[in-house]
Design a protein around this ligand. Structure first.
Ligand SMILES: Cc1cc2nc3c(=O)[nH]c(=O)nc-3n(C[C@H](O)[C@H](O)[C@H](O)COP(=O)(O)OP(=O)(O)OC[C@H]3O[C@@H](n4cnc5c(N)ncnc54)[C@H](O)[C@@H]3O)c2cc1C
Length: 446
């Protein structure tokens, strides 16, 4: 039994590494391992450049209900608490202070933001409501064009002084480093080892890679879209299919001081682009992401087309959910627009129109396609309920296995999700779990 791990995690993105840290720091389990197919952790969606680097709190995400915002904020606060407790030299590479705001442009969006501010302000005390001239004080390029004010009505909900951005790649590495600092525990990191199969063996599981076979009492699969593939291969979660939505970005010279989001369309929650500083590329502003359905589980990895076709499990139900989505005019037009974003000659011009909602003085020559930047959100399709699931999902068969599929805001919620995984692990293995860190009083995020 000494060779048996208590828990093996498959996937070394921010979700898997957060769980590795939480297992070592807050439970009495002694032997854990993380298996990742690439030579470095955070090589896919959690890589710093492949996501929007935002700590989503629900304050400027206009597609979140108050209930969802408060739930996500709890996880966001865990991230800030974790980041604040890091040694300063690590912390400054992980977590960043920028002003952030969501702008409403035109009377309809402005009325919507005014009303939303009244509802959210009692819960988000750092929120400020900004009129046009106040926005110009923080983000002059959002309001001024050639020295004069843009003509449309513009207001904003803003947060001036909080941690708002994270390098999720550095965060993942810090989770591994912190986990390894915990004394008297075996924390094995198996990098560059793609897991080929997970097989039950008695009450345990075998995790098979080309180099070795591990045995574990509990397995958590946090492998992005590939989590669903592993589940399906074990005959689990067959009620789900997947719609991967890829996102591209554009760079411009530095024209924003912080994060500027726009009001989301309810039917298209990942559609509205934003602009913000890129924590890995000082001196630039990054706009995006676009949102294009692509038959890939990993961006820029064509081999994952085959994996996608396997998890798609295309049948009449999946086809009809996709057709129902396509029938909605907003969604259909949006898909066509995002296809055009990929076409040479027209792509930058079309994107410019969207980006000018944020910075009206932006010119075509300012926009540079951000090559090799952006990831894929593995959105699940629920065949039973006949609908697209817009947030994250976990498949928990309750027998020592768990599969996490984490599109946005899955990086923000990595510690919150780790807490849920620890509760499942505790229930199954009967280990100690000190939950007090997760339940600590709301801390100041400034
Ligand atoms: C364009 C875009 C913008 C986003 N912006 C934000 C944002 O601002 N804020 C936010 O909170 N979220 C954001 N997200 C979502 C966020 O990036 C993801 O929720 C998060 O990175 C998911 O982490 P993960 O660890 O589950 O997946 P990943 O980071 O994809 O990690 C999965 C890991 O599993 C590994 N793996 C796969 N198969 C195997 C195998 N067979 N064996 C071993 N390992 C395997 C992969 O190599 C990978 O390292 C964004 C996503 C996109 C695409």
């Amino acid at each position: 039994m000494s060779q048996v791990y208590d828990v093996v995690i498959v996937g070394g993105g921010v979700a898997g590494t957060a769980l590795l840290y939480a297992l070592t720091a807050f439970t009495d389990l002694k032997r854990v391992a993380l298996v990742e197919k690439y030579p470095r952790v955070a090589s896919v969606n959690s890589r710093a450049t492949n996501n929007s680097q935002t700590i989503h709190c629900g304050d400027i995400e206009t597609n979140y209900t108050l209930e969802k915002a408060l739930k996500v904020r709890r996880s966001a606060q865990m991230l800030v608490r974790y980041g604040s407790e890091l040694p300063p030299t690590v912390r400054e590479k992980v977590i960043y202070h920028f002003p952030k705001m969501v702008i409403g442009v035109g009377s309809e969006e402005c009325a919507f933001l005014r009303q939303r501010y009244q509802v959210f302000k009692p819960h988000f005390t750092g929120m400020q409501f900004l009129e046009k001239s106040q926005i110009a004080d923080v983000e002059p390029n959002v309001i001024r064009v050639d020295g004069t004010e843009r003509p449309e009505e513009v207001v904003a909900i803003a947060i001036a002084d909080e941690y708002t951005a994270i390098n999720y790649g550095e965060l993942s590495q810090s989770f591994v480093d912190q986990a390894r600092l915990v004394a008297d525990k075996t924390v094995d990191l198996k990098l560059g080892q793609p897991v080929q199969a997970i097989e039950p063996i008695g009450t345990n599981y075998r995790i098979v890679t080309a180099e070795e076979t591990l045995t574990a009492r509990f397995v958590v699969v946090s492998a992005g879209g590939h989590s669903l593939l592993f589940a399906h291969r074990m005959g689990i979660g067959l009620e789900y299919s997947c719609l991967p939505v890829a996102g591209n970005f554009y760079f411009t010279p530095q024209i924003l001081n912080g994060k500027v989001y726009t009001v989301q369309n309810d039917k298209l929650p990942f559609a509205a682009i934003h602009g913000d500083p890129d924590v890995t590329t000082p001196g630039k502003t990054r706009f995006g992401p676009t949102a294009l359905p692509l038959p890939l589980l990993e961006r820029d990895n064509l081999k994952t087309v085959v994996d996608y076709l396997e998890v798609l499990r295309l049948d009449k139900t999946v086809a009809s959910v996709m057709w129902d989505l396509f029938k909605v005019k907003d969604i259909r037009n949006y898909i066509f627009k995002n296809m055009a974003f990929e076409m040479p000659l027209v792509n930058r011009r079309l994107f410019l129109q969207d980006a000018r909602k944020i910075v009206p003085s932006l010119q075509l020559e300012d926009l540079e396609f951000a090559k090799g930047v952006g990831g894929v959100r593995p959105q699940l399709i629920d065949r039973l309920q006949h609908k697209l699931i817009l947030g994250q999902a976990e498949i928990d068969p309750g027998n020592g296995l768990c599969f996490n599929i984490t599109p946005s805001p899955g990086a923000t919620t990595c510690l919150g999700n780790a807490e849920q995984d620890l509760l499942r692990i505790q229930a199954h293995l009967g280990c100690e779990f000190d939950r007090s860190w997760f339940e600590a009083e709301e801390m100041s995020v400034s």
